[in-house]
Write a new protein. Structure first.
Length: 412
């Protein structure tokens, strides 16, 4: 049991990867718990033994359970969930279903993710729609006052990233939802980095559509994601791509699009990953998202404090509320070099470059940052080890020895 009362012994016992690496790349892909791994491998083994179609028939209840589990996870009904190949495809299926015309406005944020913004640019070129970026407030998050002032009858969509990939901030998604719902503007939320590390309730947020992935903080497998579409608007959205699963061929010259969110799916799917996604959602719920969020905030706060005490370290996190993503640079070390040196010590981090959040990073004069992202199975001792390794890089560069006690938070 940790000092915060969180059962880290159980969490690490359930996570085989903890014995192999110090994993601070949970914003990229978390280490899967053994329950998820077992569910996936069991189904793949069944496919090998009896055939893929036959295995999916036998696993029908497990597959369908994934929709119920996701519904409980984000507070929606099972018919409002589509499970697809990844979060980008989920987001795209919602975004490209919206018909834009010349002069329609898309409101987005400074820290919007690259793939989403590229889609905005493509649609703007095709249709004459306009991309308008909502300014940030003094904390570096979306300015609610600015958003309110930007709303008019030409706004066709508000699309923002809840937790950006590079800066630790948590955008005020629920406050944005209040404005969108009041103005009757569709609201699309990219929740890739939020689902699994904090409570996400679509009714509280008041988003109309939400996309997320399995591999990040939810601790599911790669290659699977999901889309939430509010029941009240689903039939107003025609998917950009259809197949016989999304729209059964009912006559020689006619098809009928499904009335639920599964109109955004396609027939062929990775059944093992879909089952694994459901198990990952169940597993997160077994801990409780409030408890997970408290643990993540505790660890990330400690990591920021310890890193900030190392000479030559610069933190680059924004927002009034910060999450488990901690971004930093080290003087005279390129982020890619820091990642490589830590990798040799079996410590996983990732580099976030300007190409992922160009508007935000260009504004701040950043080419790239080291992204260290913690999760509840990480420990205070791992933070000590990580900061000792980073501190060692600073010592070697500066030719000065800094003791651990000089930069570790007192009482940590």
């Amino acid at each position: 049991m940790s000092k915060t009362g969180f059962d880290t012994v159980r969490a690490r016992r359930d996570t085989p990867g903890c014995q192999k690496v110090l994993h601070f790349n949970n914003a990229g892909a978390s280490l899967m718990p053994r329950q998820v791994l077992k569910a996936i491998t069991r189904h793949v083994q069944l496919e090998a033994e009896i055939g893929g179609y036959e295995a999916s028939d036998l696993a029908h209840e497990q597959v369908e359970h994934a929709y119920d589990a996701i519904g409980r996870l984000i507070g929606c009904k099972r018919d409002e969930v589509a499970i697809v190949e990844n979060a980008t495809r989920a987001w795209d299926m919602a975004f490209y279903a919206i018909p834009f015309r010349p002069g329609d406005r898309i409101l987005t944020c400074v820290a919007e993710y690259c793939s989403n913004y590229i889609a905005f640019l493509q649609v703007a070129r095709r249709t004459g729609a306009i991309i308008d970026v909502i300014p940030d407030d003094e904390f570096g998050q979306i300015s609610i006052e600015a958003l309110r002032n930007m709303v008019d009858e030409r706004v066709k969509l508000i699309a923002i990233t809840h937790v950006p990939t590079n800066s630790g901030l948590v955008n005020p998604a629920a406050e944005i939802g209040e404005i969108a719902r009041e103005a009757k503007i569709p609201y699309l939320l990219d929740a890739c980095q939020a689902v699994g590390q904090m409570p996400v309730d679509v009714n509280h947020i008041k988003c109309d559509m939400l996309s997320a992935t399995g591999r990040k903080f939810l601790r599911g497998p790669r290659g699977v994601g999901f889309l939430y579409v509010r029941r009240d608007i689903v039939e107003r959205l025609e998917p950009p791509l259809l197949d016989v699963h999304a729209a059964p061929w009912v006559a020689r010259d006619r098809y009928e699009i499904r009335p639920d969110a599964r109109r955004f799916e396609n027939w062929e799917t990775n059944y093992a990953s879909k089952i694994g996604l459901g198990v990952a959602a169940d597993y997160a719920l077994s801990w409780g998202l409030d408890q997970i969020w408290a643990r993540v905030q505790h660890l990330s706060t400690r990591l920021r404090r310890d890193l900030s005490a190392i000479p030559g370290i610069h933190l680059h996190d924004l927002g009034k509320q910060k999450c488990g993503i901690v971004s930093f640079t080290l003087d005279r070390h390129r982020p890619e070099e820091v990642q490589a040196l830590l990798g040799k010590k079996k410590m996983n981090v990732r580099v976030s470059s300007v190409g992922y959040t160009r508007l935000d990073m260009e504004r701040r004069g950043l080419e790239s940052v080291v992204r260290a992202s913690v999760h509840y199975y990480n420990t205070e001792q791992e933070i000590d080890q990580f900061c000792a390794a980073v501190g060692g890089m600073a010592e070697e560069q500066n030719g000065t020895r800094y003791s651990h006690e000089n930069w570790t938070v007192a009482g940590s």
